[in-house]
Design a protein around this ligand. Structure first.
Ligand code: NAD
Length: 517
């Protein structure tokens, strides 16, 4: 029997490379200088898209279009009901195009086709949820300020938003941001990752089909330099929402500081699942395997650390190793595949280097550790990998590996488990497995993260806020908290009764009762 469950290449004819252009003020455009860039499929090694490569002039034009559209009020001042109607139309169009979008997502990212389909159809629900928020947008009123005063706090769209997205969940992360910004009444400029540009262009096509007014959603394709940088520094942009690496997130914060624009960041993670001896160990093992290998570990929410009680560590790791051998790694176009290709050859090498360093530092390789050769597709795949004997100081326990690599650490007391969990510069998500509600709650209250899962892993809902503490980010996405990120707050103070007491008194009268705040 093969050591791993590998799905070899299936015979198929790949579509012609997708041609992507910028969407600026409602018009699809090539770059002024004709520049383009190509993306090769990480699994199949052939060109799957050719995109216009944006420069200074395209980015400037897109920002100007978004600014003009915002200031004109064609989007920012229409009713929530009207905005919701566009978003609901977009959701219907996404559902009608799931297969086409999913195939391109798989070809560019290397993720399994069943996962791409689930992400694209799931994204339609994000658009629908955002539509409901557009209609329920409200502020506060203060009818308690005295007999002649009424105060209202209005929520207004923040303005022009730059949306910068990564390659690991291109369509899903776009849908965690774009419909929420649009629901709030903002206009946007979107830059997808240069590695996975096409499904964002497809979304743009659907928005054009939905007759979204020109200039409300603009798309510029290209690289961080100059496109992303200009989107972060430009004085006509009011906010940047970014998902990507912590290193680039810091650069964006610095760049945006010049104009003090708002910055919302969803960054990396070094997440853990904690397993106590009283847990349902079969469920826990399945979730640990899912958390480690989903999206081939290239996931901000990957649970790349297993922190297991030392009494059950050996048997639990054996269970996880056995389950890992059954996970189907291989051709992303095969519907049986659960784990696909690594995004680039360079990243594949980086994953290998992390494993080598951990072993050199004294950790033990329990499974995998090398490139995975998928018959018919080559080696841009990585084996399911489990490393035990990892200590909290090792690089593999602290840094985001972004591959299918699980590090095993052990603990004796809940206190020690909490301390290991929090011993990282990241603070995105954690999970705990125990049948003891007191342990789960104690852990949940003290974990320094944006999301805690108890006896489950990576369940998410449009209603629930998502985001990180510490260096995993700032601000929240989805849910009504995510929506609020795109809103400004304005207080309106109204005198509704008697004549205002004059501040200025005639010189010959004694001054009394000055108006103060
Ligand atoms: P990345 O930071 O390399 O790139 C993200 C985007 O930023 C791309 O569009 C890129 O072109 C752009 N960019 C690069 N340099 C820029 C600059 N100077 N100014 C403006 N934009 C710039 O990230 P990636 O490799 O595409 O994605 C992987 C990272 O994303 C991981 O660290 C992962 O944890 C993180 N991530 C976080 C979440 C979350 O919600 N917390 C979700 C998914 C991914």
């Amino acid at each position: 029997m093969n050591e791993f469950n590998i799905t070899p290449s299936i015979p198929c004819i790949l579509p012609e490379p997708f041609e992507g252009r910028h969407l600026i003020n409602g018009v699809w455009q090539s770059s002024a200088d004709g520049a383009t860039f190509e993306r090769s499929s990480p699994s199949h090694g052939v060109a799957v898209s050719k995109s216009a490569k944006g420069g200074h002039s395209e980015t400037e034009a897109a920002i100007n279009a978004a600014r003009a559209a915002f200031d004109s009020g064609i989007w920012s001042r229409i009713s929530g009901r009207e905005r919701a109607a566009y978003l609901l139309k977009a959701a219907d169009l996404i559902e009608a195009n799931v297969d086409r979008i999913a195939v391109q997502e798989t070809l560019e990212s290397g993720k399994p086709i069943t996962q791409s389909r689930a992400e694209v159809s799931g994204a339609a629900d994000l658009w629908r949820y955002a539509a409901s928020l557009a209609r329920s947008l409200h502020g506060d009123s203060y009818n308690s300020l005295g007999p002649d005063m009424l105060g209202v706090v209005l929520k207004e769209p923040i303005g022009v938003v730059s949306i910068i997205t990564p390659w690991n969940f291109p369509f899903w992360i776009l849908s965690q941001k774009l419909p929420f910004a649009l629901a709030a009444g903002c206009t946007v400029v979107v830059k997808p990752s240069e590695v996975t540009p096409s499904t964002t262009v497809m979304m743009g096509e659907l928005l054009v089909e939905a007759e979204l007014p020109a200039g409300v959603c603009n798309i510029v394709l290209g690289y961080g330099e100059p496109v992303g940088r200009l989107m972060s520094t430009h004085n006509k942009v009011d906010m940047v929402t970014f998902t990507g690496s912590t290193a680039v997130g810091k650069k964006i914060t610095e760049a945006a500081g010049g104009t003090l624009k708002k910055v919302a960041l969803e960054l990396g993670g070094k997440n853990a699942q904690i397993v106590l001896p009283d847990a349902n160990l079969d469920d826990a093992a399945d979730a640990v395997v899912f958390g480690a290998y989903f999206n081939v570990g290239q996931c901000c929410n990957a649970s790349s650390r297993l922190i297991v009680h030392e009494d059950i560590a050996a048997s639990f790791v054996a269970k996880v190793v056995a389950l890992s051998r059954d996970v189907a790694f291989g051709d992303p176009l095969d519907p049986r595949t659960q784990v696909g290709a690594i995004v680039t050859a360079e990243h594949n090498s980086n994953i290998g280097a992390y494993v080598e360093n951990a072993v050199a530092e004294g950790a033990t390789l329990e499974l995998g550790g090398g490139f995975l050769d998928v018959p018919g597709l080559g080696q841009q795949f990585f084996q399911p990998t489990i490393i035990s004997g990892v200590s909290a100081e090792m690089g593999i326990a602290r840094e985001e590996v972004f591959g299918p690599v699980l590090s095993v650490l052990t603990f004796k007391t809940l206190e020690e488990a909490i301390s290991l969990t929090n011993d990282t510069s990241y603070g995105l998500s954690v999970g705990i497995w125990s049948e003891n509600i007191h342990h789960c709650l104690e852990f949940a209250r003290r974990a320094q993260v944006g999301t805690v899962w108890t006896n489950t892993w990576m369940d998410g809902y449009p209603e629930l806020a998502f985001g990180g503490m510490k260096q995993s980010g700032q601000g929240r996405e989805i849910g009504h908290y995510g929506f609020e990120e795109f809103l400004e707050v304005k207080s309106v103070v109204m005198r509704v009764g008697r004549t205002r007491t004059s501040w200025v008194k005639p010189r010959d009268q004694k001054r009394e009762d000055p108006i103060t705040q």
